[in-house]
Design a protein around this ligand. Structure first.
Ligand code: GDP
Length: 309
């Protein structure tokens, strides 16, 4: 991307979008296009088209999405499938019509089949049934990948897709009901410590394994891929290592200083048993994650504490 290029980060206030903006600013980019959802409703085709027609961005990062943890996905299936399908369709079509030079679409590791071999290779897409707790979101993200591939094939658009693993970091959603596990546990342990509670409830059995990537590493990878990769095939972004929810809870308890008991709530779903990405393709391109889980957790906890003051 040229230093003067106009870069549209859709979803610039979210966990991913804000990290991409931080990274681009570090690189010296200044010509940004940002619109909040109040200014431009990306589920509205006319508003989205108008934005692209008047602003003519050169590069687009599609980080705008309806996201949430296992319970939110399971509870609001219509919103998760509809809002994601319509936003990505509007953005990708407007990018094609307005001759965007390159577009990067962010998917998710939940697009892979529930029982796929581990680690999850890019080739396993659409080889089996999805995890039911997040299939609505996954179907929408798979459609986003296919849109990028179809517009590349038919119109020659340089649209690429990356599949990040579970992400965390500053600007994450810390709501107990709708968040993902990592921010939820940070908040639960922090509040339990301050209230003097003797136990914290962790959903499910604690045995599922998840891979966690610090969002600043993801942003670095997105900028790297935007510069270095062109092609129809999706690219996984992760660390390549995973951890059980029980082990994650133990580390978060340590970082937050909670010394009570951890109780498992079997009435809540476990979701997919394991989803670890195969990151061979990205490492062959020359990128590797650098932030350890402990360092990323400490930074995220610091940010969370600064927000609660
Ligand atoms: P997933 O990766 O799509 O399943 O999304 P989550 O991050 O929401 O959940 C990951 C795993 O953490 C699941 O097995 C959850 O049951 C478990 N988990 C444990 N405690 C919590 C919690 O307080 N919130 C959430 N969202 N998940 C939790």
């Amino acid at each position: 991307m040229e230093k003067q290029a106009k870069i549209y980060v859709a979803g610039h206030k979210g966990l991913v979008g804000s990290a991409i903006v931080r990274r681009l600013e570090q690189e010296g980019y200044k010509n940004f296009l940002f619109r909040s959802s109040k200014e431009v409703d990306l589920t509205n085709q006319v508003e989205t088209q108008k934005l692209f027609e008047t602003e003519k961005p050169d590069y687009v990062f599609v980080a705008a999405a309806k996201v949430g943890g296992i319970l939110a996905n399971n509870s609001y299936p219509a919103q998760f499938i509809y809002e994601n399908l319509i936003m990505e369709s509007n953005i990708i079509h407007a990018a094609y019509q307005n001759e965007v030079k390159k577009l990067l679409f962010l998917g998710s590791s939940c697009i892979y089949p529930k029982m796929a071999l581990q680690p999850l290779n890019e080739e396993y897409l659409l080889t089996g049934p999805l995890e039911p707790t997040n299939e609505w979101y996954a179907i929408a993200k798979i459609a986003g990948i296919k849109l990028c591939q179809a517009y590349r094939r038919q119109y020659g658009c340089n649209f690429i897709s990356v599949m990040p693993t579970n992400l965390y970091g500053p600007n994450d959603n810390f709501d107990m009901e709708t968040s993902h596990v990592l921010p939820a546990l940070i908040r639960k342990f922090h509040e339990a410590k301050h209230k003097g509670d003797t136990s914290v409830s962790v959903w499910g059995s604690g045995t599922p394994r998840r891979e966690f990537l610090f969002v600043d590493d993801l942003a670095d990878a997105c900028c790297f891929v935007m510069d270095q990769y062109e092609g129809e095939q999706i690219v996984n972004i992760g660390t390549g290592t995973d951890i059980t929810i029980a082990d994650l809870a133990a580390i978060i308890a340590e970082i937050t200083g909670f010394v009570g008991k951890i109780v498992y709530d079997a009435s809540k779903p476990d979701g997919t048993p394991v989803k670890r990405l195969d990151v061979t393709k990205l490492s062959n391109l020359g990128w590797k994650a650098t932030t350890s889980l402990r360092d990323g957790l400490a930074e995220t906890y610091q940010w969370y504490v600064s927000q609660t003051k």
